[in-house]
Write a protein that binds this ligand. Sequence first.
Ligand code: BG6
Length: 482
Amino acid sequence: METTFPKGFLWGGACAANQFEGGWNLDGKGESVPDHCTNGSVTTPKWVTRTIRPDKFYPSHEAIDFYHHYEEDIALFAEMGFKVFRTSINWTRIFPTGEEAQPNEAGLAFYDRVFDCCKQHGIEPLVTISHYELPYHLVEKYNGWASRELIELYMRLCRVIFARYQGKVKYWLTFNEINAGTRPAGNLMALGTCRGYEGPRPGIPDDPQTRYQVLHHQFVASAKAVAYAHRNYPEYVMGCMILFAASYPLTCNPEDLIANQQNMNQMNWFCGDIQCRGIYPYYAMRFFAEHNIQIQMEPGDLEILKEGTVDLYTFSYYMSTCVSAQDAGKEKVSGNMVGGVKNPYLKASDWGWQIDPVGLRWSLNEIYSRYGKPIMVVENGLGAYDKLEADGSIHDPYRIDYLRAHIQQMAEAVKDGINLIGYTPWGCIDLVSASTGEMAKRYGFIYVDKYDDGTGDLSRRRKDSFYWYQKVIATNGEDLSD
Ligand code: BG6
């Protein structure tokens, strides 16, 4: 059968260790930043605490207990027909504080079991090396990635996992949503720049100078990992991962165009330009000068950036916003890490993220014309309240509608000529929300009996979207009907 999506298209799903594994202190695992984060909601921010407090609830500690359910979960992914499964390595399973000289064998063995299980089901793992899982020890000792020491500690992790999982993992992403660091919201999970802080997430002191210095350390770390992999493991495909928060000028007023261009540059292009092209982009110089940002570099850093450009561009895509040169008084909306001015043509999810499938086609075209590298959409999906019916079924037509509309636009992008190689919708099994720490914000094809008060028997159930996605994959994206 002729299909729009290429033969061998990588259909699958995505999760992150800290949001679904649980087993937070088992088999030698150390404490990570998310292990110090409490739950919150759409109206109440989550907290970070310096110690694990008995009066608080920490959703990552058990999460959905993939740690003990991985065989069952991967079998369900296989039943849906997954070709690829994106997950991440919990740094603190391998190096509990981040600083040990030797890795923790029990942690390494866990991922052996996970990747072997994927292989047995014919599923290719796609591994994010660092997905908001920084060892908490590195926060208190170094103020996270603000210290250059982190580059070598990250490389220590990379050397161990690259060697250990050779033959099991081929696709690697160096940092999840590295551009989260361009926004204050990135301080906690992405950068770990919250030394000594206890309180609600939005209260973490922000310093743009530190954030951009941190990003420089992450760019160097990413490039070193890519170059090291290219030298030692030529079969590895190394990717960046960008939070693509598409934005449009609110009007055709040229001032809005320029405001939006600047927003696109700083939010969506800056990190990808460095990771794909190996140089700091021209527009960053004016931004740094006007914001009084001075990046401390060491000799050789710029060469490393050049040497370590990625093979693959991957990104998350959930929503879009508008930008106005004069946004005072304009209605605002929230979004993934970053909000903006409301777009009158779009509707929003229950968490206020504007739903924009056409923006995905536009983004794919913009990205491909800029870099010309193979692309994967490694996160996309609708966080929604699901209802478990008395008979155990979960009817989620809203999720099917969201995914269908985005897959239709990906098909258009493929017809446009884009080398799109895969799609892994977010939270293919329900998991803890990164922004709010909730279970109530569900993305999965698989429902997990786990609730925000910590109750639930952790049983898994197939939602209606499970059967729908199974058919989508079986027809390589041709049959998107209910
Ligand atoms: C991305 C992250 O920002 O969006 C994921 O990479 C996160 O970790 C996802 O879970 C959805 O965001 P949220 O806040 O709804 O969980």
